[in-house]
Design a protein around this ligand. Structure first.
Ligand code: GLU
Length: 510
């Protein structure tokens, strides 16, 4: 089956069929795969951006190629201070490493576009020499008037309709525009979307270099992708409609086209609309602050819009690199499923060792817990496995702590009489002799594990009836209707505290 041609500039349809383009192995044709992630430093590192970076990274690594992090800082007005560091921190956090980047210039020179201005001028000069670039003769106001007029007349604004008859020499004080040589319909191939086409209405005399000396995105990314040897341009679908513009520039510069690989959009969980802030689209580092593990985010993002073609859901970075192919990138949007994210985080949280989990839990505890008299790292270390088996994300620990779920571990609870009463006991006092006996047994018990504590009382519990003993014992220790089993509770609070709590309970009941 051939992919249907998809037309851009007009309505375009999504469908779920996998594309059938072949992953031509570029190593067999001698070219090394080079991909890049090219963010603008405008502040926010949303998950869509990280996902694009991740796919570009995975593909480069899979093919034994290079991955470049290029900062497109050519719009000084939109630049947000600190975002270059923020981008790097975000990518590093989930384990995306670049071969060349702002901190690692290497063979391509600087990976900051603001430090490559001479290069864009050199390419611009080529176009000027070919008669394909000219200084914009109008003032900003005049251009604004053309635009308004077009709007009033309900037609698209096209600068080429105002192209001057003769061109001045460009002295750098005016924007330099492209003289689009041919207004025609473009057809191209996208590795994910298949055959695409878009038309004349997208072609115009776009600005190449602005009056401030900085290039536009339209121009600079083509120059850089070429100079850096980028073989696969992987980016969001918002760039599809501009592709004819890019293609007309590739042609004018006599630069061969790279392969275009369009990322599927990230949709809200219902799959119906694009993910927005209200559906949980946050800055990637906000997920870090919330207690999502980097392994979770890497794995989770990799499965939005890509699938391995098997049932496997948990992947390490190495497994993702191994499994990744362009063929399995979907055309249609991939849903951001927060429940799956929680599930996955729990899976990864269960794999981390106790000392790491102690640090994780400690960061979640409010003052009301860390300020309790018996709060210590030792006790917390003993409590942690009971938390680790249940929690999906750090906020669940904070919420549970705030409702008092863990307080018993760090302070002697006040235990109400009613709660201590086992439902089959006729009087509250019934449990007292059992508690006395268990006190005696535990006073000589080995407290090194919950199992050793259990071994000390288990025969007696069998003899008097498990519920009859274990209920009052557990409640005496935790003061709660629900808590870990009594042996775990005893192990967590330690022998002295266990014996004290049993005595307290006997007094309450007596
Ligand atoms: N600087 C562009 C952006 O942040 C890059 C697009 C591209 O990957 O070509 O959207």
């Amino acid at each position: 089956m051939k992919n249907p041609v998809t037309t851009y500039g007009y309505a375009f349809a999504h469908n779920n069929t996998m594309n059938e383009s072949t992953d031509t192995n570029p190593t067999s044709s001698g070219t090394r795969v080079v991909t890049r992630f090219a963010p603008s430093p405008t502040g926010f590192m949303h998950i869509g951006g990280v996902r694009t970076a991740l796919f570009a990274y995975l593909y480069a690594k899979k093919m034994g190629g290079e991955f470049i992090l290029r900062i497109e800082d050519t719009d000084k007005a939109r630049e947000v201070e600190g975002s270059i560091e923020h981008i790097q921190e975000s990518l590093r956090w989930i384990g995306i490493e670049w071969d060349y980047g702002p901190d690692k210039p290497g063979i391509h020179g600087s990976c900051l576009q603001s430090e490559r201005l001479d290069l864009y001028k050199k390419y611009a000069q080529k176009l000027i020499d070919k008669g394909l670039a000219y200084p914009d003769p109008y003032t900003t106001d005049e251009v604004a008037q053309f635009r308004e007029k077009a709007q009033e007349e309900k037609r698209p604004f096209l600068f080429r309709e105002h192209r001057p008859e003769t061109f001045d020499t460009w002295d750098g004080t005016k924007p330099l525009r492209f003289k689009v040589p041919e207004v025609k319909r473009y057809h191209w191939h996208d590795e994910v979307r298949g055959a695409l086409e878009a038309g004349e209405e997208m072609l115009d005399d776009v600005i190449l270099i602005k009056a401030d000396g900085f290039p536009t995105y339209n121009f600079a990314h083509i120059v850089d992708d070429h100079e850096m040897g980028v073989t696969h341009v992987m980016r969001g679908e918002e760039f599809i409609s501009s592709t004819p513009k890019f293609l007309s520039l590739y042609d004018a510069l006599e630069i061969p086209y790279p392969k275009f690989v369009t990322m599927p959009p990230i949709m809200a969980a219902d799959g119906k609309k694009k993910l927005g802030k209200r559906d949980g689209a946050k800055d990637i580092l906000a997920y870090k602050n919330d207690g999502y593990l980097p392994e979770t985010m890497l794995n989770f993002l990799a499965l939005i819009g890509w699938n391995p073609g098997t049932e496997q859901e948990l992947f390490s970075k190495e497994e993702l690199i191994e499994a990744f192919t362009l063929e399995k990138i979907q055309r249609s949007g991939g849903a951001f499923n927060e429940e799956k994210l929680l599930w996955m985080n729990k899976e990864y949280l269960q794999k981390i060792d106790t000392s790491a989990y102690v640090a994780y839990a400690q960061a979640a505890f409010p003052e009301s817990i860390t300020g309790l008299p018996n709060f210590s790292e030792e006790t917390l270390t003993k409590l942690v496995p009971t938390i680790q088996e249940r929690v999906h994300v750090r906020s669940e620990i904070t919420e549970a702590a705030e409702t008092g779920e863990y307080s018993w571990a760090f302070t002697t609870p006040e235990v109400p009489k009613e709660l201590l009463k086992w439902k089959k006991d006729d009087s509250a006092h019934d449990a007292v002799p059992r508690l006395h006996k268990v006190h005696e047994l535990l006073s000589t018990a080995d407290f090194s594990t919950p199992e050793s504590i259990k071994a000390a009382v288990w025969d007696y519990a069998e003899e008097v009836g498990r519920g009859e003993l274990l209920w009052p014992l557990r409640v005496a220790l935790s003061g709660r209707e629900r808590s870990p089993d009594p042996f775990t509770c005893a192990y967590i609070v330690g022998k002295d505290e266990t014996l004290l709590r049993i005595r307290n309970a006997s007094e309450t009941l007596a």
